[in-house]
Design a protein around this ligand. Structure first.
Ligand code: SF4
Length: 437
């Protein structure tokens, strides 16, 4: 009898991608086969997100779709953030659902899949060929903050920190399997504390950067209240650490920040950015902003706009506030900014950020950047990210007009290699250029 096959359908953040990867490894190690899509699988696993209503609705739509898919011998399981929010209620609403799997409780789930074999699982085992150039590794699960708009603490629980020893073992294994970059993940990764030795995120990043064979270390997501200056200094001084900060500001208005319970003021955020840019003038700065939060007056909104103009972020993930039942804001603060007004504010900031992002990208024109090659794009050109996190595509040959195509091109930029690229085109989305010998 051939092994049963599975497919993990994933939506949401990088932490969900990392969880899906871990689950897939454990299933492979237990003898299951991975199917390319749900149609070809015997076990459908949905790894879900509920951070916005739209994400949650996608999960329900998928579960509806799976009613037709379900047949004898086929199993449907749900994991991810919806489990913390809805739990077993999901099975009442979707009787064709077989298993509701809390995040990380994969071992008992796999043991529960009766396949007549011994799934003696512990840590995920090495599975050849699964690791790409970039390996996502969750070091902090859950979140101890209580931002009033956020459902994450409720659905993912309080923080659990992975011992540094295990993180390093996992990094070494990832390198053996082909990874050249590790991305350390946490909802609030700055809170990291090694439960065995007590070291914080800076200590962890320093150790990971020394793993032989690794070329780059990134981490996300940071919190302005917890980010330590020592970490910025390490980023600036260690060649292998990316110059990239994912640092959500959420609002440029102190009153709104207080209502969001973010724990910092705008001047504190500004001070972090100033120091980071002193140390790393080209820092890639990524942020999140919510518009239309309860209590966001026109003046408060304009403060956010001004902060965006002043700081000039590379990327802003913009969202209009949508109440998530179970959060303090949804339960206790009237959603008072009308939908149309939220849309106006969102569109205004989207237009502003488009201009800023194009200007920020233009700073790279004519300069040489260091790119870790991750793969080939749909046109067969090598692509990767520069040290500041910007996607960069490498042309096959030198541009027309240069003396000759001397063979530097696709063949010379192998996946996993760190190469130097002279930037010839720059847009908000990506950079493009030629290899420099
Ligand atoms: S820091 Fe705030 S926004 Fe981020 S996950 Fe925790 S509660 Fe949510």
């Amino acid at each position: 009898m051939s092994a049963r096959s599975f497919h993990v359908w994933t939506i949401g953040c990088q932490m969900n991608l990392a969880d899906s990867e871990s689950l897939a490894r454990q299933l492979l190690a237990a003898g299951y086969r991975e199917a390319p899509d749900l149609d070809h699988a015997d076990i459908a696993i949905l790894n879900t997100c509920v951070v916005r209503q739209a994400s949650e609705d996608r999960v329900y739509a998928k579960l509806e779709e799976l009613r037709r898919w379900k047949a004898p011998g086929r199993t449907i399981a749900v994991t991810g953030c919806i489990v913390g929010k809805e739990g077993e209620r999901l099975r009442e609403r979707f009787p064709h659902l077989d298993a509701v799997v809390p995040i990380g409780a994969y071992r008992s789930f796999i043991e529960g899949l009766a396949v007549g074999r011994d799934p003696s699982l512990g840590e995920p085992l090495p599975v050849a060929g699964r690791t790409g150039v970039s390996h996502y590794l969750t070091v902090v699960q859950g979140c101890d903050h209580n931002c009033t708009f956020c459902i994450v603490p409720r659905v993912r629980g309080r923080e659990v920190h992975k011992p540094m020893r295990r993180v390093l073992d996992e990094c070494r294994r990832a390198v053996e399997e082909g990874a050249r970059e590790v991305v350390l993940l946490g909802q609030n990764v700055d809170d990291y504390r090694d439960p065995e030795g007590g070291g914080g995120l800076a200590a962890l990043v320093r150790e990971v950067a020394q793993v032989p064979g690794l070329k780059r270390v990134r981490f996300m997501t940071s919190h302005p209240q917890d980010l330590e200056m020592e970490l910025l200094e390490l980023m600036a001084s260690c060649d292998r650490v990316a110059h990239e900060l994912q640092l959500p500001v959420q609002s440029g208005d102190d009153r709104v920040l207080k209502r969001m319970a973010r724990g910092y003021q705008v001047r504190h955020y500004r001070a972090i950015v100033e120091r980071a840019r002193q140390l790393m003038p080209d820092l890639g700065l990524y942020t999140d902003v919510i518009v239309g939060f309860p209590g966001e007056t026109e003046e408060a909104f304009q403060n956010t706009r001004r902060l965006m103009e002043e700081i000039q972020f590379d990327v802003v993930h913009l969202a209009q506030y949508s109440p998530r039942p179970g959060t303090f804001a949804a339960d206790r603060m009237p959603d008072e900014v009308p939908a149309e007004e939220k849309r106006r504010r969102l569109n205004e900031l989207l237009a502003l950020q488009r201009e800023i992002a194009a200007r920020r990208a233009a700073r790279w024109l004519g300069r040489t950047v260091e790119v870790l090659v991750e793969g080939l794009d749909e046109l067969g050109r090598p692509y990767g990210r520069n040290r500041e996190g910007k996607r960069t595509v490498i042309r096959r040959a030198r541009p027309a007009g240069t003396p000759r195509d001397d063979g530097i091109g696709r063949g010379m930029a192998a996946v996993g290699e760190l190469v130097r690229v002279r930037v010839e085109e720059a847009s908000a989305g990506q950079l493009a250029g030629s290899l420099v010998a």
